[in-house]
Design a protein around this ligand. Sequence first.
Ligand SMILES: *Cc1c(COP(=O)(O)O)cnc(C)c1O
Length: 363
Amino acid sequence: MSRSFNFSAGPAVMPDEVLQQAAAEMLDWHGSGMSVIEMSHRGKEFGQILYEAESDLRELLAVPSNFKLLFMQGGGLAENAIVPLNLSRGATADFVVSGSWSQKSMQEARKYCTVHEAANTSAKAHTSLPDPSTWQLSAQPAYVHICSNETINGVEFHELPDLQALGCQAPLVIDFSSHVASRPVDWSRVGLAFGGAQKNLGPAGLTLVVVREDLLGNALEACPSAFNYKTVADNQSMYNTPPTYSIYIAGLVFQWLKRQGGIQAIEARNMAKAELLYSAIDQSQLYVNKVAKNCRSRMNVPFYLRDELRNEAFLSGAKDRGLLQLKGHKSVGGMRASIYNAMTIEGVAALVAYMQDFEKTSA
Ligand SMILES: *Cc1c(COP(=O)(O)O)cnc(C)c1O
């Protein structure tokens, strides 16, 4: 058996320790005589798994007590509909379009409410973020949506916008799918955060929603009951069967994060990894990253070879060294290295060493 370094954008790399623990517990979880997959979601064993996962995540992300933590299904894309169904009241929602994912969110919300584009960076190919003071917010939006880390374009809000300081009382909605748990969250600026699990938390199938209590209870009539945040919250994420195994694995990831020293420690490590990779790119003659330095993603690093004819050779040479899934998203081309929490500094160093060798031998 050999484990490669996996730079997939998602589903993505998991900590070895977590996979090993899951393997060891697969047939018999803690003497229960059952696999977690086989447990009733209403039984006391799974009840303990859910309780610990929730309380560990609440502690890690320092989620205030007036926020509900929901374990749902449907992924980030379903939330593009579920958020307007729950929060828009059919009125206007504002969107900052900073890349592919926020674009998709705005498109989907159109089905349920009026959408207003407060800013759009497509003219600059989504390589920078406009200062929030320049956003054209509507008069009284039901909420303002941003994607706080654009997975495809590699653009990250290093600081969340302070809507109140802009004179806007609306709740901020953030799609934090691809950088959740990679850094602390300033909850005083957030009304709702959502993210699919498969980037930084665990297996696909689990969707995390963190929502301020006062935003519950205004869903549109047409909102499916299983997607009504209030219904889900009132039933402790058990209105319907939650994605039990994905929650269990995410719970193991939360325990792993605590052993790493928590979110501050993982953030410091993520910054060191990103610095290592971006500076290698910036110092080379072959590779280029086009994103403005103040908003470069610490999780998803897209880059191009100045000679695109060498793309295939780059990818196959990488694979030979056990550096996997580096091909860029088809909509933007080039390469992308996703360096989520579970990617080790050794993995990033191995990538950088390969990039430098490849540049020398192909010059
Ligand atoms: C991956 C991703 C999504 C989509 O998630 P699905 O689980 O495929 O629906 C949405 N938003 C962002 C920022 C993502 O990275």
